[in-house]
Design a protein around this ligand. Sequence first.
Ligand code: ZN
Length: 406
Amino acid sequence: MIKINEKQFLSDLEALRQIGLQPDGAVHRVGYSQADGEAREWLMGRLRELDLEPTTDAAGNSFAVYPGKKELPYIGIGSHSDTVPYGGAYDGALGVVAALAVIEALHTAGVRLNHPLEWINFAAEEATMSGGTTGSQAITGIFDMVVLEKAAWDGRTVREHIVGAGLEPDQITTAARPKGSYAAFLELHIEQSDRLEKANLPIAIVDGFVGIRRYAVGFDGTANHAGTTPMGVREDALVASAPMIRFVRDLAVELGIVGTIGDFKVYPGAPNVIPERVEMIVEIRGLDSAVLDQAESIIAKEAQKLGGRFDPVVEKPPVTADAVVVQAITAGCETLGLPTLTMASGAGHDAMNMALICPQGMFFVPSKDGISHSKDEYTSSEDCLNGARVMLETVIELDKRLLSSQ
Ligand SMILES: [Zn+2]
């Protein structure tokens, strides 16, 4: 019987929380910082205790391979141990420690799977390094070297941070893994929303990552004196744009997506001048490209009807989870008798990048009150344990299923 060493797993989670712990309970372990380096070293030390030889690539990702019975591509398991500035103890950390616990369970039982398992602790997942997911972008070959010269969260460049961690930023492209390196990738993460808690369920299976589209929508009017221009002759850009705000909200509700106008500027922006120009960014997110297409054309038409401009500026396609991985997670939860719900991830994760080079899947455990990126981030020990248990069962299932699908 292969079992998670529950006491060890919880004590590892606690030991990791101590690294970067602040007096108020926040965990401050920003990517490439000293605390981040300490956490990585500590985790790699734990893997050495399991007779593994951890390695680090040029991007600062850390790895350890638990050999399989056969010469097959890896099943990757893991997450990230960096946090946002003054963040919590579970975002990323849980997935990394659970992956370690899975390897420890197999090691203790003396069991090898068919596939080698690769434990991955991704570098700088949080958006502290301009854009985030630095490590998984490097692994999947999409890291843009321009980012090195951009400002990180504290104003220093990303390059300075990477150099500060003892790494060579110009070598970062050597971290790219060829397609075919991984048979699959699996990530456990906290939900960062409150749907599981509200439904009183322990596990959410992620069926995909939402696509993101952003549109620059603008309205033009004529600036004039706010005191002397009669109401009847005004060309007020703000008044013309106003219906758009409500429209986007109602459309999102109607189509079952999310829609936000979080960036809205009025020019010239003086209290005594009639607005001559309004610029806003309309953002929509959803899992179904066809629905996003539909929303896009409706918003474009509405902008035109209101006399505005409409220009697409960002389009990130949705990423669907791999069916075999989803089936393995489902089977793992069934084995453990844990009920699940299925949801799309509204946030990006390393697994989303990994989709570029291998089949991937992800599952969530509850976040208390849906809080994350905060010292108040909390997931109960039982929920954390469920995550590790599901991870173990899923890996065992996945190993079998991938073999028979080859
Ligand atoms: Zn995370």
